[in-house]
Design a binder for this molecule. Structure first.
Ligand code: ATP
Length: 354
């Protein structure tokens, strides 16, 4: 039995279907992210689980028990909002203690649990400060301590790191992952940031237009995207529309710019139109050789650990990343060859989902 089960969960606002028929099982202790573009229904899904939004259809089960009609405070779920929602007139310790007071935990026990929660997020030295006296990262950690202090069986995080600057965000990602592993709380996070979802989660649930498109471990979602939407939303990719010239079983030939490729077409793709997806880091710039894709460097950006190239090729515009190995590579205006290793080309069906 899964720890949390969403069964055909659907939410309509008037004629707009925000969430459509989501069925999902989450195991105890798992860290799962709902990942998708703005408006795809992530927050609505989270709010149905929290009990703030009533589903139009479907059920929510926690440890097999139907909680669909339980009030939010009966569900015992910990929540961290994007805005943190700290009480400005309460100190750090008072903010964290609040949930325990609501649950009528004794003063002695409460003191112990608040101090453990603050230690967990490394804020025990700031317990007498007010939220206005804290940095963004510290406020975020107070919100996390406040959610965790009640020892919730389930933790919901709604874009918890989106108010932090890039550097702090990265540090907090590591910290959040460590804390979650330490306490082992089953966690469901909403984010539109693919790198956050990939780095933190045991599994990612990719959503588009109210529906679940793919559920997978981060590496699998990145390496084996189910369609062109996942391929371009989870990481960057180069997509090419191609026509199959010749096909024998799974083996097929397509033309990509000025070169011909042999590809393996998945059985479920029946027509003779396919899309090829090639990740920027799986392409390499070389001296041009006959039979190879060729292009000219239009732009080059130095990003510290790698270079990002925009190359005009006979197959169209390409994004290519090259690791910085300590020497200058191809420059703007250079004619280049473009190559890739076996397995770099992912063959997708024709559908255009987004
Ligand atoms: P974001 O990343 O921008 O927060 P999201 O993926 O979380 O987006 P939701 O907030 O769940 O998306 O919204 C899904 C859809 O439902 C959107 O079209 C939104 O406009 C609509 N919606 C959400 N809440 C309501 C509401 N209370 N009344 C009417 N429509 C709503």
């Amino acid at each position: 039995m899964s720890f949390l089960r969403l069964e055909s969960l659907t939410k309509r606002f008037g004629s707009n279907t925000a969430v459509q028929d989501i069925t999902l099982d989450i195991d105890q202790g798992e860290f799962v992210s709902l990942l998708g573009p703005s408006g795809c229904g992530k927050t609505t899904t989270l709010q149905m689980i929290a009990g703030f939004v009533e589903p139009t259809r479907g059920r929510i089960l926690m440890k097999g028990e139907d909680i669909t009609s339980c009030k939010p405070n009966q569900r015992g779920i910990g929540i961290v909002f994007q805005s943190y929602a700290l009480f400005p007139h309460m100190t750090v310790a008072e903010n964290v203690r609040f949930g325990l007071e609501m649950r009528k935990v004794s003063a002695g026990e409460s003191r112990q649990q608040v101090s453990e929660a603050l230690e967990l997020v490394r804020l025990d030295h700031l317990e007498d400060r007010y939220p206005r006296e804290l940095s963004g990262g510290q406020r975020q950690r107070v919100a996390l301590a406040r959610a965790l202090v009640i020892r919730p069986p389930l933790l919901l995080l709604d874009e918890p790191l989106s108010n932090l600057d890039a550097q702090l965000r990265e540090n907090m990602q590591i910290e959040l992952r460590n804390i979650q592993q330490q306490v082992g709380t089953t966690t469901l996070m909403v984010t539109h940031d693919q790198s956050e979802a990939l780095s933190l989660s045991d599994r990612v649930v990719v959503m588009n237009q109210g529906k679940v498109v793919q559920v997978d471990e981060p590496f699998a979602a990145y390496e084996n995207p189910r369609d062109n939407f996942v391929s371009s939303f989870v990481g960057k990719t180069n997509l090419f529309d191609c026509h199959i010239d010749q096909r024998e079983g799974r083996q097929a030939h397509v033309k990509l710019g000025d070169c011909r490729l042999e590809i393996a077409v998945p059985d479920e793709i029946k027509g003779n139109k396919v899309q090829l997806s090639i990740r920027p880091e799986k392409l390499a710039l070389t001296q041009h050789m006959a039979g190879q894709l060729q292009g000219r460097v239009r732009t080059r950006l130095f990003l510290g650990n790698h270079w990002l190239y925009q190359v005009d090729s006979s197959a169209g515009e390409l994004l290519i990343t090259q690791p910085n190995l300590g020497s200058q590579g191809a420059a703007v205006g250079d004619d280049v060859g473009i190559c890739w290793q076996d397995g770099a080309v992912r063959v997708l069906g024709e559908q255009a989902n987004g």
